[in-house]
Design a protein around this ligand. Structure first.
Ligand SMILES: Nc1ncnc2c1ncn2[C@@H]1O[C@H](COP(=O)(O)OP(=O)(O)OP(=O)(O)O)[C@@H](O)[C@H]1O
Length: 443
């Protein structure tokens, strides 16, 4: 088998093993650049994909390629694009290009399937969606800049592309780029003494969409360049849309002049979706996949995956695939099997870790959580700890009672039910619970 054949075989294997959504997002567009001195250099589209693949799949790729090539292979992921190969295939190479569709509109990086009509609107994203629609309808008239922020996998990128697709259809020049790509491109332009062309490209856009702008913080020359790009576009009444994982105020190493500009227009957040929206998203994805999934199953999935819509999609894809491959109907049992390795390994979650994380998030000491204090400030976090010990710790009711200072199992049961109900109605509490989960599970 030659290297390319081994590569194709490895891709095929991963396609079978991975959830479709993850495969499509991270692996499908990767390319084998070359194998040399037992090192396989794999080109990916952007720094995210590189980091994601490096942290999760480097070992798997190495194992598969070693197997197919029958000699030990290490892998290295680099940001790379085929068109840029003749310049240099160094890591952090330019990654965005205009799409070459003849009229110069749009950008090849715009993802066609991210559109407004397949974005499910609920309480958690209603404002953000409305703002994006307004911007797409009248670029530079509604809110400029539009600054979207929210946690991982909640739809920021989807909305940015939806604006881009709508604006492209109006014949506008659109550029979508992540702030990392912007930085890489700038560095490259400086290196190749091409800054004029770089500026020209950015400053000739009607709509500039920059994803994950938080990465610009702390990078002085990028901020300087972006400041001028921003001013030029804004003065020319061109639309700027930015997304970030945090609001401008929380970008600590961002220059003040940029922070204030980011706040000139409208800043809107996207929150983790409530149960109803999660179910609606699942229903919409199932329908688009041409599948009918019973409501109780959608509810079951939506209850298990609370924080991240990307994971929600991945879970559904996996369940559909399991059902197809095993030729079985989608039942609660099948869901449990299909999701087993997506969900936390229960035995690895220590009750002590949950108590510590709850204490940190709610600002209550461990002693108080396991003690007798019944004031609301302590009782609520204690109930959250009980709920999470059951949800992610898989502990029995008596075990939970024991871990929290010898409480009765009916008290624990009441707490678990109360919190399960309350997090679906109380945004703040839901965020706090998700925060604890992330701290405990590291994701
Ligand atoms: N409201 C929604 N309706 C339908 N699909 C959604 C919705 N929100 C997010 N998604 C889907 O969830 C996935 C993750 O969304 P997206 O990549 O836009 O998240 P993000 O906020 O940009 O995340 P990150 O911070 O990781 O970049 C995408 O496939 C997107 O289509």
């Amino acid at each position: 088998m030659n290297a390319q054949q081994a590569w194709q075989a490895a891709l095929g294997q991963l396609q079978m093993e991975m959830p479709k959504a993850s495969f499509d997002t991270w692996v499908r567009n990767a390319e084998l650049i070359r194998v040399e001195n037992n090192k396989a250099r794999i080109g990916v589209q952007n720094a995210y994909a590189r980091d994601w693949l490096e942290s999760r799949l480097a070992g798997t790729f190495a194992r598969l390629l070693t197997g197919y090539l029958d000699s030990p292979v290490e892998v290295e992921f680099v940001v790379w694009h085929r068109d840029a190969e003749h310049e240099s295939a160094a890591p952090s190479e330019i990654v965005s290009h205009s799409n070459g569709n003849g009229n110069g509109n749009g950008n090849r990086c715009l993802i066609d399937r991210y559109r407004f009509d397949n974005f499910v609107v609920g309480a958690s994203n209603r404002m953000a969606h409305a703002a994006c629609v307004a911007v797409a309808e009248k670029p530079a008239h509604a809110y400029n800049p539009l600054f979207l922020y929210g946690g991982v996998g909640l739809g920021k990128t989807h909305l940015l592309h939806a604006i881009g697709n709508a604006a492209t259809e109006k014949g506008l020049q659109v550029l979508y780029v992540s702030s990392e790509d912007f930085t890489n491109e700038l560095i490259n332009a400086i290196r190749t003494q091409n800054t004029l062309a770089f500026r020209e490209r950015y400053r000739s856009m009607d709509v500039l969409l920059i994803d994950d702008i938080q990465f610009i913080a702390g990078k002085e020359s990028t901020q300087e360049e972006f400041f001028h790009t921003f001013n030029t576009l804004h003065n020319q009444e061109k639309q700027i849309v930015l997304s970030s994982d945090r609001p401008p105020k929380a970008m600590v190493t961002l220059e003040e002049r940029l922070r204030s500009r980011f706040e000139w227009g409208l800043t809107v957040d996207i929150q983790p979706p409530d149960l109803e929206t999660r179910i609606a998203i699942l229903r919409s994805k199932a329908m688009r996949a041409g599948r009918e999934v019973p409501m109780d199953i959608l509810t079951l999935i939506a209850r298990q995956i609370q924080s991240n819509i990307r994971e929600l999609e991945g879970a559904l894809t996996r369940i559909l695939a399991y059902s197809d491959l095993s030729n079985q109907p989608i039942t609660a049992k099948l869901v449990e099997i299909a999701l087993a390795d997506l969900l936390p390994q229960q035995s690895t979650v220590e009750p002590g870790a949950i108590i510590t994380a709850v204490g940190r998030v709610f600002g209550v000491s461990r002693e108080k959580l396991v003690g007798r204090d019944r004031s609301r400030e302590v009782a609520l976090p204690r109930q959250v700890a009980m709920y999470l010990m059951r949800e992610i710790g898989g502990l029995s009711l008596p075990q939970i009672g024991e871990a929290l200072g010898g409480r009765d199992h009916t008290t624990v049961l009441y707490a678990c039910e109360k919190i399960a109900d309350q997090i679906e109605r109380d945004d703040r509490l839901r965020r706090q619970v998700l925060n604890v989960r992330e701290q405990v599970l590291g994701r």
